[in-house]
Ligand binder design. Structure first.
Ligand code: DAH
Length: 349
């Protein structure tokens, strides 16, 4: 009778089992080597032959019965588990997506930079790169900036903190480049003329920001060196460039004499403001003209500093603000938009 009770007990537990773990515990409790049913058989030695036979048969029957039951339950649980897993992992590729793909946009400064590069490539210039962290030699000295001359301060330089800075050679003192003109000196040091290059890049100035000034902006530097190069060549190249860029033969430019230590003569080139058509707005600060680039004929000292012989060489250089050209082209009224990360602005391009 004991066997029957154990069987009943096990069946009740089986009914209440919730998972495979429960089943394994039941299996251990009743069918295991030290389980309750096996324990019963250890009592057989006290019985007579007939009783022993009967009990043995009962135990065997109970063992087989429970084993089968547990096996069936196990299968059911495993099936359930599999189903759950399948539901979690199933992927219906015909199901419509939740969100449409977001399309990216090319930043207006990148668009303009590429366009400028394309025009100069068409005019026979190669595109060159240079470092943003530059030594004072390439950013100032080699470009004929006199030592301690206010021109260095004029550029509102970000100086890199260095130990005993005053005692270092200008080739060991670092700044964030204030202009892309550093690429001129780097290039001339390591190449033999003639050459025609343009070099786009980021530049840094410690200055107050307004509608047309940022402490970080983009320039593109140009340099053409050969024999018998004149201001007429400079003018022709710049004019052609602006006409191509604005796809407009009516864009006016004016050359104003100006001072940059690395050119002689030096010019500031203005173009008529295409945001207000010369009437005056916040971009041109009411004047109708926008200063977009500096230019000039390469100073003989710069050739000398870069190891070139100024005797037979002539050349011109120019530096253009890419940000300003982009503002003119797309009629953007504040330079801050370029670095705002504002998607409402960027999605328009
Ligand atoms: N480097 C000057 C600046 O950032 C711009 C410039 C002026 C570049 C005259 C030139 C140049 O190459 O000839 O203000």
């Amino acid at each position: 009778m004991k066997t029957e009770n154990l069987k009943k007990e096990a069946l009740e537990k089986l009914e209440q089992s919730k998972d495979l773990n429960d089943l394994e515990n039941i299996e251990k409790e009743y069918l295991g080597k030290k389980g309750k049913l096996r324990e019963l058989s250890s009592k057989m030695k006290d019985l007579t032959g007939e009783e022993r036979k009967e009990l043995g048969a009962q135990i065997n029957e109970a063992l087989n019965f429970l084993e089968e039951k547990i096996e069936l339950e196990k299968k059911a649980f495993k099936l359930e588990e599999l189903k759950e897993k399948e539901e979690m992992e199933s992927l219906d590729i015909t199901f419509p997506g939740v969100k449409a793909f977001q399309r990216g946009h090319i930043h207006p400064l990148s668009i303009v930079k590429k366009e400028i590069e394309d025009i100069f490539t068409f005019l026979g210039f190669s595109i060159i790169q240079g470092p943003e962290i530059e030594d004072e030699w390439h950013n100032f000295d080699a470009l004929n900036f006199p030592k301690d001359h206010p021109a260095r301060e004029m550029q509102d330089t970000f100086f890199i903190k260095q130990k005993n800075r005053e005692e270092l050679d200008s080739r060991e003192k670092y700044v964030l480049r204030t202009h892309t003109s550093n690429i001129q000196t780097r290039y001339m040091e390591s190449h033999v003329p003639p050459f025609r290059i343009v070099a786009p890049g980021r530049v840094f100035r410690y200055e107050a920001t307004d509608a047309s000034h940022e402490s970080c902006f983009y320039q593109i530097e140009g340099l053409l060196v050969d024999e018998h190069i004149s201001v007429a060549n400079l003018k022709a190249v710049l004019e052609r460039f602006l006409q191509e860029f604005f796809r407009n033969l009516d864009v006016k430019i004016r050359l104003r004499p100006s001072y940059f230590p690395f050119v002689e003569p030096g010019f500031e080139v203005d173009m008529s403001c295409v945001v207000c058509n010369g009437k005056g707005c916040s971009i041109c600060q009411g004047g109708g003209w926008i200063e977009i680039l500096g230019a000039g004929m390469v100073h003989p000292n710069v050739f000398k500093n870069c190891g070139l012989d100024p005797q037979n060489l002539t050349g011109f250089a120019f530096g253009i603000s890419i940000d300003r050209l982009a503002m003119m082209k797309y009629k953007i009224d504040h330079i801050k938009w370029f670095h705002s990360g504002d998607l409402r602005f960027l999605k328009q391009f």
